[in-house]
Design a protein. Sequence first.
Length: 333
Amino acid sequence: MESLDLRVLADALAWKRAGHAVTLVTVVETWGSAPRPPGALLAMRDDGVVSGSVSGGCVEDDLIARTKASFQAPAGVQASGLPSMIAYGVTKEEAARFGLPCGGTLRLVQEPLREMAWIENLLDRTAQHQLVARTLRLDTGEVALSDAIRGQQMAYDGKTLTTVFGPKWRLLLIGAGQLSQAVASMAGQLDFEVLVCDPREEYAATLGIEGVRRVAGMPDDVVREMLPDAHTAIVALTHDPKLDDMALLEALKSAAFYVGALGSRRNQEVRKKRLAEHFDLSAEELARLHGPVGLRIGAKTPAEIAVSVMAEIVQVKNATTQAQASAAGCTLA
């Protein structure tokens, strides 16, 4: 589940607390070139305001009209409080009408939001970097939360719908210089939780990007204490071995899905030799280090290097997610 969907749930919770009636809509099945995968989530409040997307914009207008009508109707899905099914693009004519590409088809579960406790619980658990499975019974509208396993995907059997919500992807940057600020800004736009550690006050004092949090302490202590998991990327950008190497030592022994370091190829070779000689790192652990960090796109400026760094992180993230799903016997749309 994308962290975007956690934002949808947070919006739904805020609207409900403000007194609005709210409907959740989940993509449960797709055929053809559907724009959004199974599990994609949209929240809609009683005045038609939406958060999230189930089609990339193809069917949202019709969905808004349907849902607003159900809020106003004396009976129906909102009155009963029970989930219902909606299908789009069953015929070629409907697919063309709603703008679904290549005759794509969507089946959605429309669910009036009755209680807030499960959303509060789910958001709290994912904030603690837990994987959570949410199961909805379509006949009663009851919701239950349970622990999920890595690689678990959405499941729908016509009676129950189980969706998986993972912790938000996070990125720890070692260093607060100009390049780190460019990477942090771009990572925030990609919906990463961004943390920056730099004990050098002359650099950290310039960090002022909205949504980016500075973490106090020495980099190796910060890495160890944050307990990096498979939703965590760590990149060392100070160019100072005293700061970078100790952080990398902890990062390479962790479960972080991506560990990278700034520096030329020659510097990376020297770094790996230094880490192998002076620290207890295996060849497999050293092989996890991405360096020079980023994709080779001929980047020169801090902004261009930030593009290459985040492109490689996203590439590894998506490949890792696909591999986890395959290992769990699941297929991603």
